[in-house]
Design a protein around this ligand. Structure first.
Ligand code: SF4
Length: 255
């Protein structure tokens, strides 16, 4: 089953924070449920290392086994689009990463992107690839996951999203083991992903708290090295990445 964003009234009480009573979520006046806004260095993809304002929206219909932002599944605070934009203006930066959770779970995310573009922000959108990206403004650079088998959410990949990607966009695979790598390699060739988007990223699953904290485990460094070696052996037209922010700040919230 594919998850779809709520488009009428949020009226069902459940674990989803998007489902608060009687809020017309497609009405721009209803704003967005927001987990946090913070300023940091971009930790991944093509703008890695650049100062960036992160706008993290609340809620996600997926439950990837490696998720590092579970705190964004629930809670948050509903804010008007104007209020969110005013907050972004406090930072000395015109680059925004809209992230989550899954930003597209709230339809008003589209309107927020339009308004930020009108204010001359450069925007990237981190999306899980389970909800349609059809209505995302073309000027926004989509960084779209394709969920690997080990994520536990492979069946949520909305493959028709590939029809809406261009050279301005990027695709990311989070690799947990050789099975994921082989799956991602097969999808790369099957869909000619390297021709479809500007960059395809292969990233080893990386959980600092478990893997390079005090209880050091060698699993992740080994996986990172293995992935690097698999990529070299196959000479795949993709780019390897580690998440910078995790190396610098571990899993600190707001970094
Ligand atoms: S899509 Fe992203 S935010 Fe949602 S569960 Fe997966 S990793 Fe977490």
């Amino acid at each position: 089953m594919l998850y779809q964003p709520l488009t009428v009234f949020e009226s069902i009480m459940s674990e989803s924070p998007l489902r608060t009573p009687a809020i017309p979520v497609t009405d721009p006046e209803a704003g967005l449920r927001l987990t946090e806004v913070f300023y940091s260095l971009q930790g991944e993809a093509l703008t890695s290392g650049l100062p960036t304002i992160f706008v993290r929206l609340t809620g996600c219909p997926l439950r990837c086994v490696y998720c590092d932002t579970e705190y964004a599944f629930t809670g948050g605070e509903r804010q008007s689009l104007e209020s969110i934009i005013e907050t972004t203006k406090r930072y000395p930066c015109k680059r925004i990463c809209l992230t989550g959770g899954e930003p597209l779970a709230q339809p008003n995310a589209i309107e927020l992107m339009k308004r930020l573009l009108a204010d001359d922000y450069e925007i990237s959108l981190e999306t899980a690839g389970a909800l349609t990206v059809e209505n995302v403004p073309p000027a926004v650079s989509k960084v779209m996951d394709l969920k690997t088998p080990s994520s536990g959410e492979e069946d949520k990949n909305l493959w028709s999203n590939l029809n809406h990607l261009t050279q301005h966009d990027q695709i990311k695979f989070v690799i947990m083991n050789r099975k994921d790598y082989d799956w991602a390699k097969q999808k790369l060739f099957e869909h000619k992903l390297d021709k479809l988007v500007g960059t395809v990223w292969f990233s080893p699953m990386f959980n600092v708290a478990d893997d390079i904290g005090e209880e050091t485990s060698l699993d992740v460094p080994i996986l990172a090295r293995e992935l690097a070696e698999w990529l070299l052996a196959d000479a795949l037209p993709v780019r390897f990445q580690l998440q910078l922010h995790k190396i610098i700040w571990a899993d600190a919230k707001g970094k």
